[in-house]
Design a protein around this ligand. Structure first.
Ligand code: F6R
Length: 593
């Protein structure tokens, strides 16, 4: 995920602060970086692809001592490849901008502007629009205001311009931005870490806040009103700051889901239809069936996607584990669309499966989180999940964003669908929000699930792959044995294991096959298995009950339950004293067979 830093002052070397600040943001992941400084009417800029040492090398002869304004950025590519031209800051004639987020209407704005665009990014429109507003006679702050009023989507923006030197303009909506201050110095950053050791106190900007800082003041606004910033002391613990105050990156990433899903939906889930700027309907012509191929958590997302593609798009769909697919000598038809799903885009088995499909002449589509990864480069088309970098080895936000993309794809391919699907999609950020009371309850509940001879996660329909995912999450970080099973299949064998030391985590959605699952759980309860039910409706036979908010769509229940299963696994693992972010024997990117 991209990172931003900014500075106004003269007490230190601006370049030095910007580079150090970007270093603190490295943990967010990036593939290019850049800085720009405006001092004594002169603009200096450096950009580089790859690691920050490349940027340091590029600007080693640039001198930035004395008073001035500076902005810096690490970019994690979403629109356009990681190249120097696409790296921020983006340049107009006499202004520079850095931006995190996605400008949803950048194409429309681009069409209205006559400026020469040099990058493939959505960000570049901001600086050209700002300069056009200036040319039309607006004062710099008015021009900035008019610019952000026109932007749809999410953003954290810093802009510097010769039209008003010694000033930094800023705006925030949907992407984080913080202002820090010390005597005669102002700092900006997208998280606390770069500010520690520099700023004494910070103001966490709210969505909709914007303004400018200059030598005299911080002029902070929300909508049409001036708003005094609420400064508070800054934490001194860098690691704590990088984790956003959470105990583990996994926990941070679970909490982030509600926000990142907004990015996943942005520009795609429209009022009436689903649109993917990266696809054209012609690409799917002649497709008679779909094969999905992936590993681990991504495979579970694929299994869920197959239910949705068949049910909504009415296209037959099968799912294969990539490591199995490779050696089974599969019969492939060129009427099959081959979809690979991968968080990292580097998983060796998935990549090889993709190569096989391409060699067999199939159309290929990647659902991936990392632009420019090997899988993205190889596939005919890609839909990026836009989850931002995932640091926890146990996948959380990558999974939910994959499922959201597959749901949208199913609707995109459907001839028609009920409007309720779109309403439900737009409700996803809400469904993924972590409820503090629920988290507290899971923390307490976890102490009862530290022993036993195993866990069965059970569910039906789309809740069966979710059960598989819940079991995988638990085993990889707690090292307890867990299996996911179709609820209706327990009586065909596994029920023989039932006793009080067998923990059944029962996924009981109210909106899908509730009575069927209920009967299956009753069978287990009658054999004395310990039942932990996850549902919006109280279940009298449950030994433990985890209540989710009632929802009116199975997918919303699915996403709410995903959060429950992730938190439950994490709390059990924490109680067992495990390193949740780096479980034993596992790697984040599996580039070997
Ligand atoms: C589990 C997990 C793994 C990955 C799998 C595939 O939490 O993260 O099971 O899902 O290794 O990785 P990607 O999605 O990068 O291809």
């Amino acid at each position: 995920m991209c990172g931003i830093v900014g500075y106004l002052g003269g007490k230190r070397d601006i370049k030095d602060f910007l580079l150090k600040g970007l270093k603190e943001l490295e943990y967010r992941g990036y593939d290019s970086a850049g800085i720009a400084v405006l001092q004594n009417g002169e603009l200096k800029i450096c950009k580089a692809v790859g690691k920050l040492k490349n940027l340091e090398e590029k600007c080693k002869n640039v001198k930035t001592e004395g008073f001035g304004a500076g902005i810096g950025h690490t970019r994690w590519a979403t629109h356009g490849k990681p190249t120097e031209l696409n790296a921020h800051p983006h340049l107009g004639e006499f202004s520079y901008v850095v931006h995190n987020g996605i400008i949803e209407n950048f194409k429309e704005i681009k069409e209205e502007l006559e400026a020469p665009f040099v990058s493939q990014t959505d960000t570049e429109v901001i600086v050209h629009l700002f300069e056009k507003n200036l040319q039309q006679g607006l004062k710099p702050f008015e021009a900035f205001k008019a610019t952000i009023e026109k932007l749809k989507g999410s953003y954290a923006i810093l802009l510097i311009t010769k039209a008003m030197p010694d000033t930094v303009f800023y705006a925030k909506k949907g992407s984080p931005l913080i202002i820090g201050r010390a005597e005669e110095e102002i700092f900006f950053a997208s998280s606390d870490a770069p500010l520690i050791g520099y700023a004494k106190e910070v103001h966490y900007l709210d969505d909709g806040e914007f303004g400018y800082v200059d030598k005299e003041e911080i002029s902070n606004w929300k909508e049409r009103e001036k708003k005094e910033p609420l400064f508070q002391p800054l934490t001194l613990n860098k690691e704590f700051a990088q984790k956003g105050g959470f105990r583990f990156f996994m926990e941070k990433e679970i909490y982030e889901q509600s926000d990142v899903i907004t990015q996943t939906l942005m520009g795609r889930a429209k009022d009436e239809a689903i649109e993917f700027e990266e696809l054209e309907h012609g690409f799917f012509e002649d497709i008679q069936n779909i094969k999905i191929c992936a590993c681990g958590t991504s495979y579970h997302a694929g299994l869920t996607g197959a239910y949705l593609l068949e049910r909504l798009a009415k296209i037959p769909c099968s799912v294969e584990i990539a490591s199995e697919f490779r050696y089974k000598e599969p019969l492939l038809s060129d009427k099959t669309l081959f979809i690979v799903i991968s968080q990292s885009g580097e998983t060796a088995d998935t990549l090889e499966a993709l190569k096989m499909a391409k060699e067999a002449g199939l159309k290929t589509l990647a659902v991936c989180n990392v632009d420019n990864s090997s899988i993205v480069r190889l596939a005919d088309r890609t839909i990026l999940t836009r989850a931002g970098i995932e640091k926890g080895v146990a996948s959380t936000k990558a999974f939910t964003t994959q499922v959201a993309v597959l749901w949208m794809l199913a609707l995109y391919l459907a001839e028609n669908f009920d409007k309720k699907e779109l309403e439900a999609l737009l409700h996803l950020p809400q469904a993924l929000k972590v409820d503090d009371a629920l988290h507290e309850r899971l923390k307490r509940l976890s102490k009862r699930y530290l022993h036993g001879h195993g866990f069965f996660f059970i569910g039906r329909d789309i809740f069966y792959p979710l059960a598989l995912e819940g079991a995988l999450k638990l085993k990889e970080i707690s090292y307890l044995h867990a299996e996911g099973y179709p609820a209706g299949e327990m009586k065909h064998g596994p029920i023989a294991l039932a006793d009080p030391e067998l923990f059944t985590i029962a996924l009981m959605p109210k909106t899908l096959l509730y009575d069927k699952v209920k009967s299956n759980v009753e069978e287990l309860s009658a054999r004395d298995s310990t039942i932990c039910a996850v549902s919006s409706e109280e279940f009298e036979l449950a030994d433990d009950f985890i209540k989710i908010e009632p929802q009116n769509h199975p997918m919303l229940e699915y996403f709410s339950m995903s959060v429950v299963l992730q938190l439950l696994a994490m709390e059990i693992a924490i109680r067992l004293g495990n390193d949740v972010d780096m479980p034993r024997n596992l790697a984040k990117s599996v580039t070997v067979e």
